[in-house]
Design a binder for this molecule. Structure first.
Ligand code: DX5
Ligand code: ZN
Length: 223
């Protein structure tokens, strides 16, 4: 049975009530926390840094998936791991020495993740796929929550699934951006394992119910 996980993105939470929103996820049907770190250079936005990340991990009781949208991420791998990152995802586009970066993440004791921008072909990961625990497939251009899902993502999932199968890797496929109840089932059916969802969950009237509904949608068996 392939893994099917839900990872609410804290980027869409209420930063003035972070503890409340973290507790909501702790007691919800969600599996992971997704934490977006943006530096204003790799992406045209700044989200949060170390002090806030440290405050977050004092309350999280589930797997913490850190998505680094920053240049030269090697500088911060050890610190994020020490502060409680369960997995650290770097961008392929920000890592000229990706093989070495993945080694750093492993040495720091975290699961390894690589994110691909929408324009980046899946094949660039061929030589390192066995070192990657999670590929984060961007289904929007990174930098902001609340954007529209890019349909070409389905083709990329199919290609990535084939790469993982043909190399006997055990990499999870994570989808990040514009995930809603409209596309969740098709994403899982195509081969996704982890669905990141920010605005759809946090801007809904009842976030725990929205998570529960997403869970039931991704668990629907094919007839
Ligand atoms: C975008 C971030 C996403 C974002 C997803 O750069 O990587 O994790 O929070 O938000 P939604 O689900 O609102 O598209
Ligand atoms: Zn993200």
């Amino acid at each position: 049975m392939p893994q099917k996980l839900i990872a609410p993105s804290l980027l869409a939470s209420d930063f003035a009530n972070l503890q409340r929103d973290i507790e909501m996820i702790n007691t919800s049907d969600a599996d992971w926390f997704h934490v977006d770190i943006m530096d204003g250079l790799f992406v045209p936005n700044i989200s949060l840094g170390m002090p806030v990340f440290k405050a977050i991990t004092t309350h999280t009781k589930k797997f913490v998936d850190v998505h680094l949208m920053i240049v030269d991420p090697d500088r911060f791998v050890v610190e994020f791991a020490a502060l409680g990152a369960s997995s650290i995802t770097v961008h392929y586009e920000a890592c000229p020495h990706l093989h070495r970066t993945l080694q750093f993440i492993k040495q720091a004791g975290a699961k390894t993740g690589v994110a691909l921008n929408p324009h980046t072909p899946v094949g660039v990961l061929k030589e390192v796929i066995s070192m990657i625990d999670v590929v984060c497939m961007m289904s929007v251009n990174p930098g902001f929550g609340g954007q529209t899902f890019i349909e070409n993502t389905y083709n990329k999932i199919t290609e990535l699934k084939e790469l993982i199968r043909s190399t006997n890797a055990s990499t999870l496929i994570e989808i990040d951006g514009g995930v809603t109840d409209e596309n969740a089932h098709k994403l899982i059916k195509t081969g996704a394992n982890v669905l990141v969802s920010g605005s759809f969950i946090f801007k809904s009237e009842n976030p725990p119910e929205t998570i529960k509904n997403l869970r039931s949608i991704i668990n629907i068996k094919e007839q």
